[in-house]
Design a protein around this ligand. Structure first.
Ligand SMILES: Cc1cc2nc3c(=O)[nH]c(=O)nc-3n(C[C@H](O)[C@H](O)[C@H](O)COP(=O)(O)O)c2cc1C
Length: 122
């Protein structure tokens, strides 16, 4: 979770949709709170036994280790980067470094300890 969110913008000069396909996928930092919310809710549903437990891969607007940590605390076992790579191809290594520092700064000795920590039962 998650894929892009469907968006649409209108060209105010032509007064028609900007995109040839009318709608298009919105990605990047703007969608991160929606993605984190999805991870949080699905993790909670798994913990409640409502759905089968599988690892969650969190994605959507991650540009820093802090962003990645947010997904992990919400319940993701791993994260992925997309849009940030267009501007910063080195982002995966940077984000990994930042995530390791962010975990250590919070006295986590493993990623595992941080997974789902945002939930009241953890
Ligand atoms: C140019 C582009 C192409 C994408 N193509 C696919 C795709 O083929 N299949 C898919 O499941 N998601 C695709 N996505 C969605 C991404 O995998 C990702 O879920 C989404 O962009 C949110 O992450 P981000 O904000 O880090 O980019 C694409 C996203 C972008 C920006």
């Amino acid at each position: 979770m998650i894929n892009t969110l469907l968006g649409l913008t209108v060209d105010t000069e032509t007064m028609r949709p900007h995109l040839a396909g009318t709608t298009g996928g919105l990605s990047g930092p703007a969608i991160r709170p929606v993605a984190v919310r999805c991870v949080y809710q699905v993790y909670a549903a798994m913990r409640a036994g409502a759905v089968r437990q599988v690892p969650i891969l969190g994605m959507g607007g991650i540009t820093s280790g802090r962003d990645a940590l947010e997904f992990v605390l919400a319940g993701a076992s791993g994260v992925a980067l997309g849009t940030v790579l267009f501007n910063d191809p080195g982002a995966p290594l940077r984000v990994l470094d930042e995530l390791e520092s962010a975990l250590a700064a919070r006295d986590f000795t493993s990623l595992q300890q941080a997974i789902g920590r945002a939930h009241p039962t953890n």
